[in-house]
Design a binder for this molecule. Structure first.
Ligand code: UTP
Length: 300
């Protein structure tokens, strides 16, 4: 019997430079997909996957994140006074229970690995999940829930991977895999391989289940790419000690930390909403008649 995955770490202390100027004073993680902050979707995925305690790593200029997960007493009173009970009930339902979310500060944005290490005392000596809050992963069953299924059967570590076009492999962290009698294991990780050299076209996506030994590796990890403490470097060391299984995610992923992914996520999620899908559809139809920058003429 493997120890249950009870805790999830959500690193949210980065600068979000790809989304400037929006992220100059608003945390990237609170930018909205339709009318819900991105982080709300990620926290909801964690709880829907059986997580009991979410640890959000924040930093300077990110205190709005803590307020978002608090009970907004005055707002609740005001909404109910105005008869808006359905809205107040929805807000209450979406607010995690007392003690279910903790916050820890990463005093310096020294990289994803360092952000995860900042949560070590709250996680303690047990396996845990990591969800990257800018990766919105949409599927019938939440990505992390599918991963906990693999973990429950095998233990060890699990990372979500996705297939990219071979010609795009140089943009991602790519895994190599070795077959075993019990499914493939990750046996190599290479960040942004030179074009044509990638061992597979499976890239590491935004969800992980990790054993607590990763913390000691992160503690001693030298800065890697970009001068930052990288999770992938620590995973390479972990691979020599423990099994890492891939979970191939087959849903849709939006990198909401980039303008194109962010807009794509908004369109996708809006089209899933019965109350606005039709209106958005009309707007998309109207837009498709317009010229796009750089195309010179009207799109067909
Ligand atoms: P990203 O590299 O996507 O986020 O890290 P970023 O650094 O904020 O974005 P850009 O590249 O400048 O646009 C993935 C996740 O890790 C968190 C980020 O907040 C993001 O959610 N992160 C990154 C930290 O918490 N601390 C860090 O030092 C770096």
């Amino acid at each position: 019997m493997h120890r249950k995955i009870r805790k999830a770490v959500i690193p949210a202390a980065g600068f979000g430079t790809r989304m400037l100027p929006a992220t100059k004073s608003i945390p990237k993680e609170l930018l909205t997909i339709v009318d819900r902050p991105i982080l709300d979707y990620i926290v909801a995925e964690a709880f829907a996957s059986g997580i009991e305690h979410v640890v959000i790593v924040t930093g300077r200029m990110k205190s709005a994140i803590e307020d978002h997960f608090d009970h907004a007493f005055e707002l609740d009173v005001s909404l109910r006074k105005g008869g808006k009970h359905a809205v107040a009930d929805r807000l209450a339902k979406d607010t995690p229970g007392v003690g279910a979310v903790s916050f820890v500060r990463q005093q310096e944005a020294r990289g994803l690995g360092h952000a995860i290490w900042s949560a070590r005392h709250i996680v303690g000596d047990e396996p845990f999940a990591v969800l990257l809050p800018d990766m919105l992963m949409v599927a019938g069953e939440p990505c992390l829930k599918s991963m906990t299924g693999i973990y429950d059967r095998n233990g060890g570590n699990v990372i979500a991977v996705e297939k990219c076009r071979p010609e795009d492999a140089h943009k991602f962290g790519i895994v190599s895999l070795k077959p075993t009698g019990n499914g493939p294991l990750v046996n190599g990780l290479v960040e942004k391989p030179a074009p044509g050299t990638a061992p597979t076209n499976f890239f590491i996506s935004g969800r992980y289940i990790l054993q607590p030994e990763i913390f000691a590796l992160l503690e001693n990890q030298e800065p890697g790419a970009g001068g930052e403490i990288q999770l992938t470097d620590a995973l390479v060391s972990l691979m020599g000690m423990q099994e890492i299984r891939p979970f191939e995610f087959a849903g849709q992923t939006f990198d909401c930390g980039s303008p194109a992914g962010f807009v794509g996520a908004n369109l996708h999620m809006a089209m899933q909403r019965a109350d606005i899908a039709e209106a958005i559809g009309h707007q998309i139809d109207a837009l498709s008649m317009l010229a796009r920058p750089g195309m010179g003429s009207k799109a067909a």
